[in-house]
Write a protein that binds this ligand. Structure first.
Ligand SMILES: Cc1cc2nc3c(=O)[nH]c(=O)nc-3n(C[C@H](O)[C@H](O)[C@H](O)COP(=O)(O)OP(=O)(O)OC[C@H]3O[C@@H](n4cnc5c(N)ncnc54)[C@H](O)[C@@H]3O)c2cc1C
Ligand code: SF4
Length: 427
């Protein structure tokens, strides 16, 4: 059987591995280690938080290895998963189909989405479990004509304890993440190697022959007949550029800003986050307890149950780059205007909760949906293969998204990766 190397085990990589195993002998190379949820109670860090010892979000990895936080220009904190399961293990479990920009290019993912919804549990049943603050926020958004709707979740409700810790890892296994697809691939014979960072592709004539890998035993080369890069929106462009393949300076990240205030008894941290969303032009609003700001932002020095917070998630302009040296990403004036409009809306929401704007504080500007540096075009609608790539190299992650979504990408990346897997099976 021909060999395929899949780089990365997140939404795209795990899906491709599952689709290809049996047609190819698949090896998944993952830079991170096994994923372990964060188990400690957050109260354990209270003294360090109060003493100001947790002053920089980049310290996150010392507390919780699977979560990587880095800085871009203008202080934007960029978050991604670095462990088996990629960023899906850190997700808030939101399950939206967001392929309108792909459909506009002529890519019809209906069959893939049908299959995705058969394979992954998706529910809005959490509505029954909302706390009083979430219910009131939902009513307020309705009163303001902002058309909030419950967010579908990738969750098995029977196993979900509504603990609110989705982004630091689900301890009960109720939340779907891409390791479930990875397990299917492994049961069918795939190999998964953790702690293996792919540095670049090495060529034989005009085709890829192997990848250079930095693993537990040091540097080595691994050969295959097919290579699928799914190292995520921050990882794949670096591998491509290090291999001499140019990417576009069109990085998007979906910046997130939380607008918060002290509100005794809010208890947003102890129920499923992002219970509902209001979709607006260029951004969405959602209730969200921001763990990153709570741990690292001094404005958030209130008891954990006494903070009410609304999230703005922006569909940012596709402008920015990631290279081996780091991420360059600033917000354009259009992005800033939208962020300002959305922030004012959140302040109005909090005002209707009885909170004066003088008591409002902001979270740390952060982002966790990187992608877009090898955007698909209409010319590639059939092949999903960029002419910049050698014939036997594919990309199958958020790097392919033509525009920022301003919305949760997992299901869309999974559907796209499924299509790529099928195309490769039929090659
Ligand atoms: C806190 C947070 C919450 C989120 N919540 C949601 C949500 O509720 N719903 C939703 O749809 N989306 C959510 N997202 C976004 C979503 O998780 C990502 O958009 C999605 O996982 C992207 O899939 P991917 O395959 O492109 O990359 P990833 O899932 O990030 O996978 C990339 C993998 O490649 C590995 N890798 C990187 N470089 C290398 C290398 N050189 N060699 C080998 N391996 C490498 C990484 O370790 C990682 O495992 C959230 C993101 C964050 C940060
Ligand atoms: S709320 Fe808790 S139990 Fe439910 S899916 Fe999220 S982390 Fe798992």
């Amino acid at each position: 059987m021909k060999r395929a190397i899949v780089v990365g085990s997140g939404a795209g990589g795990a899906t491709v591995a599952m689709e290809l195993q049996g047609h190819y002998q698949v090896t998944v190379l993952e830079a991170g280690r096994e994923f372990r949820p964060f188990r400690a109670p957050l109260s354990r860090f209270e003294p360090a938080r109060r003493a100001g010892l947790l002053f920089d979000a980049r310290l996150t990895r010392l507390l919780f290895r699977p979560m990587e936080v880095r800085r871009a220009d203008a202080g934007l904190a960029l978050v991604n998963g670095r462990a088996l399961g990629g960023t899906t293990t850190l997700s808030c479990a939101n399950a939206l189909r967001c392929d309108q920009d792909l459909a506009a290019l002529g890519i019809d993912l209906d069959p893939e989405f049908e299959e995705v919804f058969r394979q992954i549990p998706v529910t809005t049943g959490h509505v029954e479990r909302w706390g009083a603050t979430t219910r009131r926020l939902f009513e307020i958004l309705q009163e303001m004509g902002l058309r909030p709707a419950p967010l579908p979740k990738l969750v098995d409700l029977a196993a979900c304890t509504n603990c609110g810790r989705c982004i630091i890892g689900c301890r009960t296994g109720a939340k779907w993440d891409s390791r479930q697809f990875l397990n299917r691939a492994v049961n069918a014979g795939a190999r998964v190697l953790t702690g293996c960072r792919v540095e670049r592709i090495l060529f034989k004539a005009s085709r890829a022959g192997s990848v250079e890998v930095r693993g537990p035993a040091g540097p080595e080369q691994m050969a295959a007949e097919l290579f699928v890069l799914a190292a995520g929106g921050f990882g794949t462009p670096v591998i491509l550029q290090e291999s001499g393949i140019e990417c576009a300076p069109s990085l998007s990240v979906d910046p997130v800003l939380c607008v918060a205030a002290e509100y005794p008894g809010a208890n947003q941290h102890s129920e499923m986050s992002m219970a509902f969303a209001s979709q607006q032009h260029g951004f969405m609003l959602s209730p969200y307890f921001d763990f990153l700001s709570f741990m690292f932002n001094r404005a958030w020095l209130h008891p954990i149950g006494n903070i009410v917070s609304m999230m703005v998630k922006l569909a940012d302009s596709n402008q920015g780059t990631v290279t081996r040296r780091g991420v360059r990403k600033t917000l354009t004036s259009r992005d800033r205007t939208l962020l300002h409009t959305a922030t004012e809306l959140c302040i109005e929401v909090l005002a209707r909760l009885g909170i004066d704007r003088s008591r409002v504080f902001l979270g740390t500007l952060n982002a966790g949906h990187p992608g877009g540096m090898l955007p698909l075009t209409a010319k590639e609608a059939e092949t999903l293969h960029s002419p910049k790539l050698p014939d036997n190299v594919y990309v199958a992650d958020a790097t392919l998204l033509p525009k920022s979504l301003g919305n949760p990408p997992i299901l869309t990346v999974v559907a796209l990766a499924k299509r790529i897997g099928r195309l490769l099976r039929n090659r």
